[in-house]
Design a protein around this ligand. Structure first.
Ligand code: SF4
Length: 331
């Protein structure tokens, strides 16, 4: 039930609240230990804000973030510090998230010092070397600076920075979207290897379904601050039920040019509405090809349809059975 509503301020001193941006508006999901949860949706859907809310990097308006039996949302800041080490984040832009004036040893030591890891610099250095080897970077990286590395290597540094703190959970926010396609698979494979070796739990945030498909056990699809569908990865790909997921899925290119693409094409018309003024009823009704009058009035609940598949659509079953004609063009 997590909500993150940002106040919209106006006035000379920005002291008047004139509304809210409903970035995350009541999302409930569960990430199992040792598994990967892929969270997808177009930019502005609230997925990054939700990831940041888990780490308390943004203020949570309402709801619970339960980690290992403790509701992080209600913890005083001082107590939250104890949990910070166990929940780490890997950012989208490796260059932007690494201080260009610090060498790699200094970047990786920073968090260790803050959390009291390593008795002295020698011990920390040994640990950093071991982690660098684990992420595939040479030991002589220690004295070098971020700009001396390629994009893929910088993302490995970002991953190493998280790993030196021995976290249980890593939130990967668009971990490969800033990287060349040829490098993306290497970083995804590395994340998978590390998960296997260290028993890590991942929340992977991405706008690209192709990225989360192979790495995720479960995938959640967000639209305008809400979770609209969730299912085990294979089930979601085999039979997406929500019209928005179906549209997203139909846009994923088929990698083999020899294979004829027989999938349904669903092109969405219109822009993503503003999260400061979301539509009433089903948030997707202004763009949904199957929208009915009921959709503009009643917000659909996320409902279990069996086998761990949850969907928030009044007419998902009818659409799947081909019993409902589109009310808008789909091409
Ligand atoms: Fe479309 Fe209505 Fe389902 Fe929303 S509830 S996704 S508008 S059919």
């Amino acid at each position: 039930g997590v909500k993150v509503h940002f106040p919209v301020k106006k006035g000379l001193l920005f002291d008047r609240t004139v509304g809210h941006v409903y970035a995350v508006d009541g999302v409930s999901l569960k990430v199992e230990s040792g598994q990967t949860y892929g969270l997808v949706g177009e930019s502005g859907c609230g997925k990054t804000t939700l990831g940041r809310a888990v780490l308390r990097l943004v203020d949570i308006t309402d709801g619970e973030v339960v980690f290992d039996g403790t509701d992080l949302a209600k913890l005083p800041d001082e107590e939250m510090r104890r949990f910070r080490r166990r929940l780490q984040m890997v950012f989208q832009d490796p260059l932007g998230s690494l201080n260009p004036r610090q060498n790699i040893e200094s970047i990786l030591s920073e968090g260790m010092l803050a959390h009291g890891i390593g008795a002295n610099q020698e011990e920390r250095r040994e640990k950093i070397k071991a982690i660098l080897a684990r992420v595939g970077l040479p030991a002589n990286s220690l004295a070098r600076y971020p700009h001396e590395f390629s994009g893929g290597q910088r993302q490995r540094i970002g991953i190493a920075r998280a790993l030196v703190l021995e976290p249980d959970v890593i939130i990967c926010d668009e971990p490969v979207s800033a990287l060349d396609v040829s490098i993306q698979a290497q970083v995804i494979n590395l994340l998978e290897e590390l998960q296997e070796q260290l028993g890590l739990t991942y929340l992977v945030i991405a706008h690209d379904l192709a990225v989360v498909r192979h790495i995720s056990d479960v995938i959640g699809v967000m639209y305008l601050g809400s979770l609209v569908e969730e299912a085990p990865s294979d089930a979601l790909y085999a039979a997406p039920k929500h019209p928005y997921t179906r549209a997203l899925m139909s846009a994923v290119p088929v990698p083999d040019p020899e294979v004829e693409d027989r999938r349904e094409r669903i092109l969405l018309h219109g822009d993503l509405p503003s999260p400061a003024n979301p539509p009433a009823g089903c948030r997707f009704h202004t763009r949904c090809p199957w929208a009915q009058p009921r959709c503009a009035e009643e917000r659909p609940e996320l409902t279990d349809t069996g086998d761990g598949h949850r969907v928030a659509c009044h007419f998902a079953a009818e659409i799947e059975a081909g019993e409902l004609e589109p009310t808008r063009p789909t091409d």
